[in-house]
Design a protein around this ligand. Structure first.
Ligand code: ADP
Ligand code: C5P
Length: 209
C-alpha cells in the first residue's frame, strides 16, 4: 500500500471549506486517487430522537460529532482498509440511510468545523488548513444555502446563528486557527492561496512516493 496523505481543512460554517476541497479534488483526481471526507457525515446518529428534539441539538459543539468513529475510519483508510462511511441528512437532522463504501485512496481531503480542534484528528493530517472568512460573509452565504439546500426558514437560520453558531464559532472554531499550517483568507475565490496549497500537497505526495 502506497503512503496516503490527509489534508485537513477547517473553518467556520460557510467559510468555503467545501469549495476549496472541491478545487483540490479536481486538481488531483486525474493523477491520484482521491476523495473528500466531510466531518459533517460523522454527526452523531439521532434517529432515536423525535424531529422536534433533534432540532434543539447544538450542532456547533464538538460533542455533536462521533469523532471516535471518524478517527477510527481514517486510521483504517491509512492502513489500506475500506470503510463504510455514514452520510448525513441536514433536512432530517440525522444520519441518512445511505452508507458509502470508501476504498483506500492516495489523497484524502477531510473538511469540517472541528478538523483543527481535535488533537487526534490533527495528528492524522499531513497538512492543516484554516479557511478564514469574515462572519458577515459567512452568515449571508449560510442564510442563502440553508434556505435553498437544507430546508430552513429565515427565522430558523437567524435564531440558530445567534444561539449556537456564532458563540460556538468564537469558543471552539476560531481558536483552532492557531493549529493551521496554512490560513486561506476569503475562501474559494483566493486562487493564489489555493495554488500554493496545491503546490504544497504535490510536494508532500512526492516526498512520500
Ligand atoms: P463550508 O463548506 O465552509 O460550509 P461552502 O464552500 O459550502 O462552505 O460555501 C457555503 C456557501 O457559500 C455555498 O452555498 C457556496 O456556494 C457559497 N460560496 C462559497 N464560496 C463562495 C464565494 N467565493 N462567493 C460566493 N458564494 C460562495
Ligand atoms: O457546511 P458547514 O460547515 O456550514 O456545516 C456545518 C454547519 O451545519 C454547522 O454550523 C451546523 O450549525 C449546521 N448543521 C445544522 N443542522 C444539522 C447539522 C448541522 O444546521 N442538523
Amino acid at each position: 500500500m502506497k503512503n496516503s496523505i490527509i489534508i485537513g481543512i477547517a473553518g467556520g460554517s460557510a467559510s468555503g471549506k467545501t469549495s476549496i476541497s472541491r478545487q483540490v479534488y479536481e486538481f488531483f483526481k486525474g493523477s491520484h486517487t482521491t476523495c473528500i471526507i466531510k466531518q459533517d457525515d460523522y454527526y452523531k446518529d439521532q434517529s432515536h430522537l423525535s424531529f422536534e428534539e433533534r432540532v434543539k441539538t447544538n450542532y456547533d459543539h464538538p460533542f455533536a460529532f462521533d469523532n471516535d468513529l471518524l478517527v477510527e475510519q481514517l486510521k483504517q483508510l491509512k492502513e489500506g482498509k475500506s470503510i463504510s462511511k455514514p452520510t448525513y441528512d441536514y433536512t432530517q437532522h440525522t444520519r441518512s440511510d445511505v452508507v458509502e463504501t470508501i476504498t483506500p485512496r492516495d489523497v484524502y481531503i477531510l473538511e469540517g468545523l472541528f478538523v483543527l480542534y481535535d488533537e487526534k484528528i490533527r495528528d492524522l493530517c499531513d497538512i492543516l488548513v484554516f479557511v478564514d472568512t469574515d462572519a458577515d460573509i459567512r452568515f449571508i452565504r449560510r442564510l442563502k444555502r440553508d434556505i435553498e439546500e437544507r430546508g430552513r426558514s429565515i427565522d430558523s437560520v437567524c435564531n440558530q446563528y445567534l444561539e449556537t453558531v456564532r458563540p460556538m464559532h468564537e469558543q471552539f472554531v476560531e481558536p483552532s486557527k492557531k493549529y493551521a499550517h496554512i490560513i486561506i483568507p476569503e475562501g474559494g475565490n483566493n486562487t493564489v492561496a489555493i495554488d500554493l496549497l496545491i503546490t504544497k500537497i504535490s510536494s508532500v505526495i512526492d516526498a512520500k512516493e
